[in-house]
Write a protein of this length. Structure first.
Length: 346
């Protein structure tokens, strides 16, 4: 024997996906086999009215798989990852104690892994027979899968179900049972094979019958047919129909009121656009007037500088340039503010 310790395995992601697909997610606690279950089949802490999210339900599943993984790692058989995942799903379904006493564990302890795979199908899950057999078939397919290649959930869910041969049951001949009852033999009857189906008796065929000769009608029959009396059918007299009632006078049509109805809310006339409020724009107008006056004085200053001497002309030109710049700025600022005020009004 090798002294190399056996590695401790855990349930892989493929095994978790298989278990979750068969257990199903329960966000609220539900009744299951006389108790409460929540999440992915968790029953230890499930209570009435409890809720759980999917991440927390997966943590509870990991908690439930801890004793299962310990029991599988304690087996003497060396398991690959696929076999470990399949047995974890099986043990979680039937319970650890029932798994350790099952034929699957017995075959694994003796090294017969092929027999252990077939024994998985002989232990259906208790709640639903069809779903239990499908789960056993998926676990068997995962157990026998090649550990060197990954498996998909679709391959496991489409694993074929095993066809079990029907158990032959001993049938008792009804005639023998009736004869024993007449003779007073009340003991247990031995199982007699049922009598073979009786062959159908041949039909009693009669001799072929010659077709009857059709006789032409005689002259007397033709005369009787011509002299047949045709009776007039009796018709029961019907009463005269009652006179129709005079039609009631029609009422005069109601006069149509041509007065137009009031305008509904969605047809109300739109409000008139707001008018320009000159009272709020006086400051901008005043600033513009100041700018224009400054421009006028600057023009006068420039003219005066042309007529004056050189020294006075330079100073007058500087004053005119300052007045022109101030006037242009005042006109520009007032014009922009008046335009913005007009746009805001609409």
């Amino acid at each position: 024997m090798s002294d190399t310790p056996k590695p401790r395995l855990k349930v892989s992601r493929e095994g978790l996906v298989l278990i979750k697909s068969f257990e199903g997610f329960r966000p609220h606690a539900v009744r299951s086999n006389g108790g409460w279950a929540i999440g992915y089949g968790h029953t230890a802490s499930a209570r009435e009215g409890a809720t759980v999210t999917e991440p927390d339900a997966e943590l509870l599943l990991q908690y439930d798989l801890q004793p299962v993984a310990k029991a599988l790692n304690d087996l003497p058989a060396a398991l690959n990852q696929h076999q470990f995942d399949a047995l974890a799903s099986f043990a979680l379904s039937v319970g650890v104690e029932r798994f350790l006493s099952s034929d699957v564990a017995r075959h694994l302890n003796t090294g017969a892994s092929a027999d252990a795979a077939e024994a998985l199908l002989l232990t259906p899950a208790p709640p639903r027979v069809d779903a239990g057999l499908q789960r056993r078939a998926a676990e068997r397919a995962l157990f026998k899968a090649d550990p060197a290649h990954p498996t998909t959930l679709a391959e496991l869910l489409t694993a074929p179900l095993a066809l079990f041969p029907a158990t032959p049951s001993a049938s008792v001949d009804t005639r023998a049972a009736a004869l024993a009852a007449l003779l007073g033999e009340t003991g247990d009857l031995a199982a007699f094979p049922a009598s073979a189906d009786a062959e159908p008796e041949p039909a009693n065929w009669s001799e072929p019958v010659e077709p009857e000769t059709v006789v032409a009608p005689t002259a007397m029959a033709e005369a009787a047919a011509r002299e047949a009396v045709v009776q007039t059918p009796l018709v029961e007299p019907t009463p005269d129909p009652e006179p129709a009632a005079a039609p009631a006078p029609q009422a005069a049509p109601a006069e149509i009121d041509a007065t137009p109805a009031s305008v509904v809310r969605h047809e109300a006339p739109s409000e008139a656009p707001a008018r320009f409020d000159w009272s709020e724009a006086w400051l901008y107008i005043f600033m513009g007037v100041i700018g224009l006056i400054a421009c006028a004085f600057s023009a006068a200053a420039f003219r005066w500088s042309l007529l004056a001497t050189s020294a006075d002309g330079k100073s007058t030109s500087l004053v005119g340039f300052s007045l022109a710049l101030t006037g242009i700025m005042c006109v520009a600022v007032s014009a922009w503010n008046l335009y913005a005020h007009w746009r805001s009004r609409g």
